[in-house]
Design a protein around this ligand. Structure first.
Ligand SMILES: [Fe+2]
Length: 318
């Protein structure tokens, strides 16, 4: 497909983004609000879910940004906070800071793991999360009662590193209770919709971080093969929807340019149907996408094992 040159509006956004990018320290976190799927309209009580993803607590993301994300979330008084993986960057050096962040949320926290968590040591990250009071869903679901309303939360382990097991996660899921899905990789949503999970929250792409002149679509869509890049896809009125959060942190460079590329906390008002209030955007068409080949999957699996062996060697040495 031929790449379309940027419009005048995008060029203006570029200039504004450059300025924001320079000034972006603790600020610049966007709050975006969305209604839930129609399948949740029968809920006895409306429930507010705050979705954050890709915190990447560590050297690249200033800690004051993490604090600002917690403050912004708490100010909205959500009933539940869900976080869809990549809590760390490349090491276990900042697990104490991660604990401080997670224990700062005023609402219960339910989360799933991402590829960076597996690369850095999934068990250690899980333990830190549990010490902070969070519930980690590794291919299973849990039922939580919020405002007298029972909600099933289904969590997949990371699909990028081949740890996701949808069948295990949905086993015993009740069709008579509303369900919400969590998966670091958004493309897993298609399978979860078929299992009766009408809304899936995810992350991993950081919205491309630089969303100017459609660079993010090129990088995340064409090169990385993602169908879902940032925001809402699918259908909340029908088959099911997925939301890809832009994330809070970064693992390599902290640069975030363009309106869509900004750090983000997304609020989902379950029980409200689309159209009940003004939203940041509606469902967007998915990109064609490209599934990872068996060779790619194998390489990703080997990468996790190699990193674990390296860590163990270093531990024995010291
Ligand atoms: Fe990721």
């Amino acid at each position: 497909m031929k790449e379309v040159p940027p419009t005048v509006e995008e060029a203006a956004e570029f200039a504004a983004g450059l300025d924001r990018g320079r000034r972006d320290t603790a600020g610049g976190i966007r709050l975006r609000r969305f209604a839930g799927p129609v399948q949740h309209a029968e809920m006895l009580e409306h429930v507010r879910i705050a979705h954050l993803t890709d915190l990447h607590v560590g050297r690249v993301t200033p800690f004051k940004v993490q604090r600002a994300a917690v403050e912004l979330t708490n100010r909205e008084s959500p009933d539940l906070v869900v976080i869809t993986g990549d809590f760390v960057c490349h090491s276990q050096l900042y697990l104490d800071q991660l604990e401080e962040v997670i224990s700062g949320f005023g609402a219960p926290v339910i989360c799933v793991m991402g590829n960076h968590d597996h690369w850095s040591g999934a068990e250690e990250v899980r333990r830190a999360l549990r010490r902070s009071g969070a519930e980690v869903l590794d291919n299973r679901h849990t039922v939580i009662t919020l405002r007298h309303q029972r909600l099933q939360v289904v969590g997949l382990d990371d699909a990028y590193t081949a740890h996701a097991d949808r069948r295990a996660a949905v086993k015993g899921l009740r069709p008579d209770l509303p369900a919400l899905g969590l998966s670091h990789i958004a493309e897993e949503a298609d399978g979860l919709w078929r299992e009766g999970v009408p809304l899936v929250l995810s992350g991993h792409t950081h919205a491309g971080q630089v969303t100017l002149a459609r660079l993010h679509e090129l990088a995340v869509g064409r090169f990385a093969g993602h169908k879902y890049i940032h925001g809402l896809y699918g259908q909340r009125r029908d088959t099911g929807a997925v939301y890809v959060g832009a994330g809070i942190g970064a693992a390599v460079v902290p640069l975030r340019l363009g309106e869509r590329g900004q750090r983000e906390v997304a609020l989902f008002e379950l029980g409200h149907v689309p159209g009940a209030f003004e939203e940041h955007h509606e469902e967007q068409p998915a990109r064609v996408g490209r599934k990872p080949s068996e060779k790619q999957k194998y390489k990703r699996h080997v990468a996790v094992v190699k990193k674990s062996v390296k860590r163990e060697r270093r531990r024995v040495k010291t």
